[in-house]
Write a protein of this length. Structure first.
Lengths: 326, 326
């Protein structure tokens, strides 16, 4: 961990108590002056840190910014996801940023957050609105032992982690809309963009992109999305702590990624199905130029949707644009 | 076409005849001095171009180099593959070079050749030996309307185009070893590396990499490959014209890519099967830590190999390391 991570971890561990500069200096093997310099830097970033000659330093409040050292300090040790982490103030797309890291040979688990994306993407090359400081836009580099046709499992894993985390944080009931959206009260609040690079029979790496509309106000969305999109703030009526949410989400992702590696995908899929409002519903799916109407009956083991058409046939759908009917 | 392309195309069209500088200048809308300057440049590249005051210019011989303008001139108009073309003197891997073009939004069909690769790759991250000027190492950018699980079709298409081209050029009988090798007399002479970038249900682009061992001598191969690898030169007993081979191969690829787009994959697969020595043979396949032994019976519509195991079960194999037994 960096100096900042260790200092912030110590201040957080002390809760409403204080930590002496001497203790921090000793623990980190640096001078008290060096600690002081770091504290000043953290204050410049917006951390309100009280200092008293007797008691030492105390964390009064943290700013609503994503700070890599602080996220790492709060996250603690994870198995894979989040063992390294970067925060960009602005990037074109966090998926593109992670893709570059992947091609440079960076090992799996690295996470890139951006406070804003200038060219955020959703599925099928669509725009993902990502105004500065309002959401969580991040991507995770994975190098799973999966075949290309099994990669849908990672979308399901991510949706499941999102549902659990949002449920805990909001007390609401998030729903999954197949294949990659998470809804609150029927409106989209988060999405997943899973991109892979592969040989024909072997995945080289996967970039798992996640966008959560945390503190966006209705006017932060473009007019055409205002009826279908929402944010945690709109649904909960209060501003949410983005960093806390990020940390919780990374922990859930790491946990399920471990379960996946241990061969427990089926258990993950079962949880996912319980949250999936698409199953049992009449749907219309547009795949390219084709429209398919029917009842969404089940998932197959690879995460494809099985749809019973009007003519009684069961069709397997791996993607497309889904509309819930009625 | 560039000036050089047009000049070379005119010289080639004249065969053993000549083309006057005045005619070239008029056709290209430049001065005769400009034509002269280009001829000098081409001579510097190794083109032997005779000039006579009465008859004009005549192409005596072309050097054994890959020259983008010359390749384009010889290729003429193609539908997709080769409508743009680059030659690098050296690159790490042509697949990586094309991958970068893909991410910059370059349209499909562009081809990158390298005279040498410093980090040429085969399947499963293996090294591909690519000494300068001895082979054809190139990659093609494709943006096909395929799902990720259909991309094997492009490997089959490429293997098929390789077999046809090598058969015509050598008079020998190239064989396909599933999934991606082309053999002459049982030894590997060419290979295909198909890499894809995709969303879960949609291919973004495919980089089709092809390596052909054209004029390598036995000592150009590392010792561990000398028994299993060969070159066209070793098999034919003469040096082959790399540029002519490249042009023929690109034409075949373009033709079959058009057939694929027209829904004629099945016909391509049938041709492929006729050249595939793997079918009907006893094989051992290593997939990760697992070994599978049995008889290779057929291909399924996606290009996977169906293997009848010792226990009578039919297993579907999408990749792995295949050894022909006996």
């Amino acid at each position: 961990m960096s100096l900042d991570s260790t200092i912030l971890a110590a201040l957080r561990a002390a809760g409403t108590g204080s930590v002496s500069g001497a203790e921090l200096a000793q623990r980190l093997g640096v001078s008290r002056a060096a600690i002081w310099a770091r504290i000043e830097e953290l204050r410049a970033l917006g951390y309100d840190i009280a200092a008293s000659p007797h008691d030492g330093y105390r964390l009064v409040s943290a700013p609503d910014v994503l700070h890599a050292d602080d996220l790492l300090a709060r996250l603690g040790k994870t198995r894979v996801i989040g063992r390294n982490l970067h925060v960009f103030r602005e990037t074109a797309s966090t998926n593109d940023s992670v893709e570059k890291l992947a091609r440079d040979g960076v090992r799996e688990g690295v996470v890139v957050f951006a406070e804003a994306q200038t060219r955020g993407r959703g599925r099928l090359g669509r725009r993902w609105v990502s105004p500065p400081g309002k959401g969580l836009w991040f991507s995770v580099l994975l190098r799973p032992a999966l075949r290309p046709d099994e990669v849908t499992r990672l979308t399901i894993l991510a949706a499941n982690a999102l549902v659990r985390t949002l449920r805990t944080h909001t007390g609401l009931h998030p729903e999954v809309k197949w294949p990659n959206d998470v809804l609150l009260r029927g409106r989209k609040v988060a999405g997943i963009l899973t991109e892979l690079s592969a040989e024909v029979d072997r995945v080289q790496h996967v970039v798992l992109g996640i966008g959560v509309d945390v503190n966006l106000a209705p006017h932060d969305f473009p007019a055409d999305l205002r009826k279908t999109a929402t944010s945690l703030r709109s649904e909960c009526g209060r501003t949410c702590d983005r960093a806390a949410l990020a940390v919780a989400l990374l922990r859930e992702l790491d946990r399920d990624y471990e379960r996946l590696a241990a061969g427990e995908f089926e258990a993950i899929a079962t949880e996912w199905e319980a949250a999936c409002t698409t199953l049992g519903r009449d749907v219309q799916i547009r795949v390219g130029d084709r429209r398919l109407t029917g009842r969404a009956e089940a998932l197959d083991p690879d995460g494809a949707l099985l749809v019973r058409t009007e003519h009684g046939r069961l069709e397997r759908v791996t993607g497309g644009d889904l509309t819930l009917l009625k």
